[in-house]
Design a protein around this ligand. Structure first.
Ligand code: ADP
Length: 499
């Protein structure tokens, strides 16, 4: 194996491992980002949202409250629900007095602020566009100012201040204080847990990736190894480990290809043997007869001459069949369809064939419908007819009878050629259309075939898009048939017998 092949061979495995590890790293990265890095930010955003919605509810409650008692009740409910402390002040002139005051946390920061401190928050809120000021108070950040605790012993918390105007035009302010659960200890716990989870997940991912890679690549490697034998027409699918559906299908396709290759190989070997035999027989006859006519006076008779002519014709038919097959093989053969009277063509063909076979006692019966027109390549269809009738005569039974039938159903004309011969066995039936295929020892008229006739018939009918087939039972003769659509254009109005 070359270096390049080695590099290509490692592809699937390495890629699966890389993809899976990258995926796991991505998931772990997401976990770390959200659980550790953004935890504090997300938590404080949630708290701020709760504070804002509580503030909104309070403002609505203040507007709708019947009296201070009613307002205090709502404030108590909200404070309990959200674990917050709430103070609401109303200003009369320059003086503010409390209209609701609920404290559920003993270490509420609002208690520790004096009037001056609260006023400062109020001023800040008033300056804001929406009248809201949210301040995070963290311990140990120096004493006094905004953003830091007045006392470092108090917990981490947030103060929400909202300045607004009451219905009667008086200024009012809402203070809400909410303690923040310390995130740092949670982060520490999560970090340790995530570290373990990351290590375990990564190890499992690598192990899983290697396992999947092995499961996928092992059958591919088997197929590859076995496919190398295709060059020698052998492929052993049983040595390929069962993997995934696609790989099983590939293995089955290769098994089929190997079978077809060996079939073609066998047929070609048979063809060479057949052709050599088929060429040698007439050549020997020609050689023998011409030598005889040259050397023996009086043997230069028209009968002997006819033998030489017949054998030469046989040779030329064989060679033209071979040329035709090779043209079909290379896809160079085309058809030139035109509307013609198929019934008339049938009558002509049968009468010509009769002239040829009658002296040997053969009978070709025609059961035609009338004047059926088809749009097809007349020369090629005649070639099909000659082949099928010729075959039927070659293989027909002792009564030496061949029947050619023309029938029309639903705008389709079917031509069938029936003989009374030994028929074709079930296993040979699908094979007779193959190139070079000959069922051994079946010729009756002593005319050796090349095994190409039916393959040419098949190619011509395929080019026409025609349906065709054969039905046969050993001992009961065979019927070869093909179908063509009846042409709509007719040469004359007197076209009859069509359904
Ligand atoms: P060949 O030139 O040998 O007749 P074909 O391609 O025409 O080649 O036919 C292939 C094989 O199919 C023949 O060898 C023969 O065994 C079988 N076959 C064709 N037509 C008939 C038929 N009418 N009856 C029985 N066997 C037939």
């Amino acid at each position: 194996m070359t270096g390049g092949e080695k590099r290509r061979g490692g592809g699937v495995k390495r890629k699966i491992v890389i993809y899976l590890v990258v995926f796991v790293l991505f998931v772990l990265g997401l976990l770390w980002t959200f659980q550790i890095l953004l935890l504090d930010g997300i938590y404080s955003a949630i708290v701020q949202n709760t504070l804002k919605s509580t503030g909104d509810t309070l403002v609505r409650a203040i507007e709708n409250a019947k009296d201070e008692e009613d307002l205090t009740e709502t404030a108590q409910y909200l404070a309990k629900e959200n674990e917050m402390c709430i103070s609401v002040f109303r200003f009369n002139g320059g003086t503010g007095y409390s209209i609701a005051d609920v404290h559920i946390n003993s270490d509420c920061v609002l208690h520790t602020l004096n009037a001056e401190g609260l006023l400062r928050y109020y001023e800040q809120a008033k300056k804001a566009d929406d009248g809201i000021k949210i301040t995070r108070l963290t311990p140990k950040k120096g004493g006094g100012g905004f953003g830091a605790h007045p006392s470092s012993s108090l917990p981490d918390s947030v103060i929400y201040t909202r300045a607004f105007e009451m219905k009667d035009g008086a200024d009012a302010v809402i203070f809400i204080n909410c303690a923040m659960t310390p995130v740092s200890s949670t982060v520490r716990t999560l970090t340790v847990m995530l570290l373990w989870i990351s290590v375990i997940t990564l190890l499992l991912a690598v192990a899983l990736a290697y396992f999947i890679a092995w499961r996928v690549s092992a059958p591919i490697a088997d197929v590859n190894r076995e496919a190398k034998n295709l060059a020698h027409n052998s492929y052993d699918g049983s040595k390929v480990r069962r993997g995934y559906r696609e790989i099983n299908e590939l293995s089955e396709t290769l098994t089929y290809a190997a079978r077809e290759l060996s079939k073609v190989d066998r047929m070609q070997k048979e063809l060479i043997a057949n052709i050599s035999h088929d060429l040698r027989t007439p050549l020997t006859l020609i050689e023998g007869y011409t030598e005889m006519m040259r050397d023996i006076p009086g043997e230069n008779s028209p009968e002997n001459m006819q033998v030489v002519i017949d054998e030469t014709k046989r040779l030329s038919t064989l060679v033209s069949d071979l040329l035709e097959v090779s043209r079909f093989q290379t896809g160079k053969q085309t058809i030139y369809p035109a509307v013609f009277d198929l019934s008339e063509a049938l009558r002509d063909t049968v009468s010509r064939v009769m002239k040829l076979y009658e002296p040997d006692g053969y009978k070709v019966i025609l059961e035609a419908e009338g004047c059926i027109y088809v749009n097809a390549d007349k020369t090629r269809i005649l070639q099909v007819l000659y082949n099928l009738i010729g075959n039927a005569a070659n293989y027909t039974g002792d009564d030496k009878t061949v029947t050619v039938r023309e029938s029309v159903h639903d705008g389709i004309v079917r031509i069938s050629v029936t003989d009374t011969g030994e028929g074709i066995s079930e296993e040979d039936l699908p094979l007779i259309w193959d190139r070079y295929y000959k069922v051994k020892g079946t010729h009756r008229r002593g005319v050796g075939g090349s095994g190409l006739g039916l393959s040419i018939v098949k190619e011509i009918l395929l080019l026409h898009g025609a349906r065709f087939g054969v039905s046969s039972k050993p001992g009961c003769g065979s019927t070869f048939w093909f179908e063509l659509p009846v042409a709509k254009e007719k040469k004359d109005a007197g076209v009859g017998n069509q359904e």
